[in-house]
Design a protein around this ligand. Structure first.
Ligand SMILES: NC(=O)c1ccc[n+]([C@@H]2O[C@H](COP(=O)([O-])OP(=O)(O)OC[C@H]3O[C@@H](n4cnc5c(N)ncnc54)[C@H](OP(=O)(O)O)[C@@H]3O)[C@@H](O)[C@H]2O)c1
Length: 285
């Protein structure tokens, strides 16, 4: 049995699907009752409902599992508290493999959601647990928020300069690696893997690639960050997430976000999904 935390988010669902496709037994930890059915439909054998900040919930969830795949909720101010509590539960329940879903370049202090993940990696080093750390680049799936605007209006709007270059990865490739690592732990103990699908591309290139896939001109355009922030506030984004993401956009614009796809190619034993292939998949629906 493998416990997956943060199970009902987009990462959790992708990892669980990759595991259950390989007939693995999964216990999913979700926050709300109304998420249970969706996880069952993905093939989770067991679903535990509860808060990741509740130690009792964690020890119940970790009981009897062989491995834990820990996914912290996105941009959480509680990343270190949650990570430390999941590690503690893993130790108490004698879990034999702890896989942490981290992020590419957690050592960037300027991006709090990266920096906090590095603190969790540190806790893991100190825990004595057999571990593997996966460090994915930004998901190609993040672009999907712009799908309709690209398809219908030919606009790819981002809150940083269109020249900004970012490495990305297909979440499906990340999920495949997660399953491979969980199902052959002895090959991956004490390893940390950077997962990038491509060298960094500019937002102008992203727009061109999706333009080709949609069969129309798509132009990359910067939207003012204040405008983006107002829109997110209206949609209910909390102040911590808003501030963290604004800092990430400034960092991206200033330095870019660069990784290399070699490690992912080696883990997948094939070329990672390219942005062109991803865009074609999106266009095909
Ligand atoms: N997006 C990227 O490009 C990227 C790249 C690399 C790494 N990552 C990392 O991947 C991780 C997962 O991202 P994601 O976008 O898949 O996450 P997500 O969609 O935010 O999913 C997290 C899930 O955790 C649940 N949750 C939130 N607070 C909880 C709590 N206190 N107790 C129990 N469950 C709780 C949420 O439930 P509700 O539905 O109830 O809110 C949600 O279903 C993050 O740590 C992120 O930093 C993301």
């Amino acid at each position: 049995m493998i416990l997956v935390t943060g199970a009902s988010g987009k990462t959790g669902r992708a990892v669980i699907s990759a595991l259950t496709r390989r007939q693995a037994s999964v216990r999913a930890l979700v926050r709300r009752d109304d998420q249970v059915q969706g996880l069952r439909a993905l093939g989770a054998a067991e679903v535990v409902v509860g808060d990741l900040r509740n130690a009792q919930v964690l020890s119940q969830a970790a009981k009897g599992v062989k491995a834990i795949y820990h996914i912290c909720p996105n941009v959480s101010p509680f990343e270190v508290e949650i990570g430390s509590a999941v590690i503690l539960a893993a130790r108490q329940e004698h879990v034999s493999h702890f896989v942490f879903h981290s992020v590419l370049h957690p050592q960037i202090e300027e991006m709090p959601h990266h920096w906090l993940k590095m603190r969790v990696e540190e806790r893991l080093f100190e825990s004595g647990l057999p571990f593997t750390i996966l460090q994915p680049a930004a998901y190609m799936q993040n672009i999907l928020a712009n799908r309709d605007a690209m398809h219908n209006e030919g606009i790819f709007a981002v809150p940083y300069a269109p020249e900004t270059r970012l490495s990305m990865v297909d979440l499906e490739d990340v999920a495949e690696v997660a399953a491979r690592v969980l199902l052959a732990p002895e090959e991956h103990l004490m390893a940390t893997y950077e997962l990038c699908g491509c060298q960094a591309v500019s937002q102008i290139e992203v727009a061109e690639i999706f333009g080709q896939a949609f069969g129309r001109q798509v132009t990359a355009r910067a939207i003012p960050r204040e405008e983006w922030a107002l829109r997110m506030q209206e949609l209910g984004m909390d102040a911590y997430a808003l501030n963290t993401l604004l800092r990430m956009f400034v960092y991206y614009e200033t330095y870019g976000f660069h990784g290399n796809p070699k490690v992912l190619s080696w883990l997948l034993q094939r070329a990672p999904t390219s942005l062109e292939d991803f865009a074609a998949r999106v266009a095909a629906g």
